[in-house]
Design a protein around this ligand. Structure first.
Ligand code: UDP
Ligand code: MG
Length: 306
């Protein structure tokens, strides 16, 4: 039986990109035609523009263009998760809708699976025309994640990758509500290899990842894969105790107005650190709260060709 590939494309307000993206993806499909049946699964993450109307038009023309539409904007990671839930292919690729990741590389990724890899992830060499702020925050995040989390996420990767069905099945069995797919993939294991590439400029439109969404993704990533921030609170507490004892001893033998100011400043500072510590624990407690509520992670309003 012919093997098949599903390409998952999360979409949020991408009306300016979609036609070009579909045309490039059709080219990829044609190039892979001798080896694989290729389907596209677009997941419209509650777009407010014409994205879903464009998808509808194409879905009527091509039965292999499938689409899901969310009832509202749930977020990129949930759109990819929905795509994974509905993908039935032997191979599954994930790619953004803005053509920053060249779709043509999916064929190279597929070729690498023939060398015995179940995960082929895109690793960015250059990121053309992205802001210095975006590049710096991404650079810093991957290094902080690496130092805090046991699971190794290859630096400078996104969700652009190709995985086999067994990897997708393993991820589908992870019911967690806070999803950081680029770490969930290495968590499930299997053989993986990078495919190096230069990240292009967005084809049109602006980023759909403002700072607030980037921070949420970063905190979900770290807090879902590490408890080290809680452990740091113990180290911090030990350090503050030592400091308090030292100041107490100094105060006993050497007292003047300066010391009084220092102590009152320190008390405020320690108060702030305590709030920080409570806040850190709160982040974990809040996540437990969301897990136990067990709400669905996305709601589908409409399905096309699925
Ligand atoms: N996206 C999404 N939901 C969101 C934000 C983004 O489905 O809430 C999609 C978006 O349409 C794109 C991909 O996720 O296909 C990556 O977003 P974007 O290119 O804006 O992020 P950047 O490359 O700037 O980090
Ligand atoms: Mg992009």
């Amino acid at each position: 039986m012919r093997e098949s590939l599903d390409i998952i494309i999360p979409v949020y307000n991408e009306e300016e990109c979609l036609e070009q993206t579909i045309s490039r993806l059709l080219g990829v499909r044609e190039n892979l035609f001798n080896e694989l049946d290729v389907n596209f699964i677009f997941v419209d993450d509650g777009s407010k523009d014409k994205s879903f109307a464009i998808l509808k038009e194409y879905a009527q023309k091509y039965p292999f263009i499938k689409a899901l539409s969310f009832s509202r904007n749930f977020g990129h990671q949930f759109a990819v998760s929905a795509g994974l839930d509905y993908a039935k292919g032997d191979y599954i690729a994930i790619i953004d809708a803005d053509l920053q990741d060249p779709p043509e590389l999916i064929k190279d990724m597929y070729a690498k699976t023939k060398e015995g890899y179940q995960v082929v992830y895109g690793k960015r060499l250059k990121r053309r025309k992205e802001s210095a702020f975006k590049k710096f925050t991404a650079f810093a995040f991957y290094r902080i994640f690496d130092s805090l989390c046991q699971i190794k996420v290859p630096t400078d990767t996104g969700d652009f990758r190709l995985i086999t069905r067994e990897v997708a099945d393993a991820i589908r069995n992870m019911p967690e509500k806070h999803r950081f797919i680029r770490a969930m993939v290495p968590w499930v294991g299997f053989n993986s290899t990078p495919l190096y590439y230069n990240r292009d400029e967005r084809f049109a439109g602006v980023t759909k990842y403002p700072l607030s969404k980037m921070l949420k993704l970063a905190s979900d990533g770290i807090l879902s894969f590490s408890t080290k921030p809680i452990k740091f609170i113990h180290i911090l507490a030990g350090f503050l105790m030592l400091l308090a004892i030292t100041i107490g001893i100094i105060g006993l033998f050497w007292y003047n107005g300066f010391l009084l100011c220092l102590i009152s400043g320190l008390i405020l500072f320690i108060g702030a650190l305590q709030l920080f510590a409570i806040g850190t624990i709160g982040e974990y407690v809040g996540r437990i709260f969301e897990e136990v509520k067990n709400r669905p992670i996305y709601i589908i309003k409409e399905k096309l060709n699925i």
